[in-house]
Design a binder for this molecule. Structure first.
Ligand SMILES: Nc1ncnc2c1ncn2[C@@H]1O[C@H](COP(=O)(O)OP(=O)(O)OP(=O)(O)O)[C@@H](O)[C@H]1O
Ligand SMILES: [Mg+2]
Length: 368
């Protein structure tokens, strides 16, 4: 296996705060990995240790096969882009991009061509003479990424470089970053608290919470096979239903929720009868229908409910529906039907359908 980054049992505390707890992860050459998690979960701390700005209390970090414990930040072959732009304001875009090349003593006469190459890569041809204040926010980010890449680092680290941009530009730049990363094949670790960004940009995702890696895997895996309630909740809009196991197996369990017994998907570990479970289902897996609809073959589960909330989001409507049969649990779901002007009003009774393979059961409080 061609590993570019290996992190083995890395921990870091600040006074009483354990910012990162026994983190393990590995990243193959050329992959794009995103670390995602809520504010304060330890993302930046982990990234800073990889960069060499902070030393781990325990554990090992290997980059390109070498342990980097004694390698200072500037000797690690790493390009970085941070949330707060750190372009040199008194240098033009071209001078900013040339800076790391000069610092690393690249041959002087190769520098102009490299600067042009990277200006072109980030689509800023002809703008090299501009100073940062003469560029838009998105253009400044492009200069920052060109500067981080111009010396062909082994590894690119991104700490929420897009979070200051407006949503439309951010979406555009996410795809740009991905294009550039794929064009160069540079191994990249990106940090964000935006789960959508993680899904659309990455080969691999690591979900963190409270200093602990909750799950690592591909975007599809994270989405389709969450290993605990935290991940299920963090990736996507999810409803949580509390229940008690009344029939158990390795891959599916029967769960009593309120007065109803439903079948849910288990994670391969058998959950004991009478154990408390948290069940999760994604908003897009629940279909809303008229109360007298025949569920037919489309769904193997159906309950009646009452609309409690309706939020028009343009391309979809988000409903919150209370299901009395499920002990009054609230289910959140999307209605995407663009032709349907049949929006259900608050307090309307409706039918909800879903499939048991889309309802995940986790032993209660399995958040690591
Ligand atoms: N230099 C420091 N001194 C003391 N505590 C720190 C320091 N740096 C980070 N922490 C604490 O460590 C924890 C993790 O912080 P970190 O910056 O890694 O979070 P983060 O996931 O990057 O959050 P955000 O999404 O808000 O950037 C937090 O509780 C934070 O307060
Ligand atoms: Mg951070």
């Amino acid at each position: 296996m061609d590993q570019m980054v290996e992190i083995v049992d890395v921990s870091k505390s600040f006074d009483k705060v354990r910012a990162v707890k026994s983190a393990n992860l590995s990243l193959q050459r050329g992959d794009f990995l995103t670390i995602v998690g809520p504010s304060g979960c330890g993302k930046t701390t982990l990234l800073r240790m990889i960069a060499g700005f902070d030393a781990p209390d325990t554990g090992k970090i290997r980059i390109n096969g070498r342990e980097v414990e004694n390698t200072p930040a500037h000797k690690r072959s790493i390009g970085m882009v941070f949330q707060k732009l750190a372009l040199f304001p008194h240098m033009s875009a071209a001078e900013n991009i040339a800076y790391p090349l000069k610092m690393r003593r690249f041959q002087f006469d190769t520098i102009p061509d490299l600067v042009e190459k990277y200006l072109h890569l980030v689509k800023l041809d002809g703008l090299g003479k501009r100073y940062p204040h003469e560029l838009s926010g998105g253009q400044q980010q492009r200069v920052a990424i060109a500067r981080a890449l111009s010396f062909s680092p082994d590894l690119l680290l991104l700490d929420e470089p897009l979070s200051a941009l407006d949503r439309k530009l951010r979406n555009e730049m996410q795809l740009e970053f991905r294009r550039i990363q794929q064009e160069l094949g540079v191994t990249t670790i990106n940090v964000t608290h935006d789960q959508r960004e993680a899904l659309i940009m990455s080969d691999q995702i690591v979900v963190m919470n409270e200093g602990i890696i909750q799950q690592a895997g591909t975007p599809v895996d994270m989405y389709r096979n969450p290993e605990n309630m935290f991940v299920a909740n963090f990736i996507g809009v999810t409803s949580m239903l509390k229940g008690v196991v009344c029939g158990s197996g390795k891959n599916s369990v029967s769960v009593k929720i309120g007065d109803a017994t439903v079948t849910a998907r288990a994670n391969g570990e058998e959950i004991a009868i009478d154990a408390a479970v948290d069940c999760a289902i994604r908003a897009e897996q629940i279909r809303i229908m008229d109360i007298d609809s025949n569920v037919g073959d489309d769904f193997d589960n159906a309950v009646d409910g009452i609309i409690k909330q309706r939020i028009f989001e343009g391309d979809r409507v988000l409903y919150a529906v209370q299901a009395d049969e499920l002990g009054g649990a609230m289910l959140h779901l999307f209605d995407h039907d663009p032709n349907s002007h049949n929006e259900y009003p608050i307090n309307q009774r409706v039918k909800l359908g879903w499939n048991s393979r889309d309802l995940f059961a986790f032993p209660a409080e399995t958040v690591k």
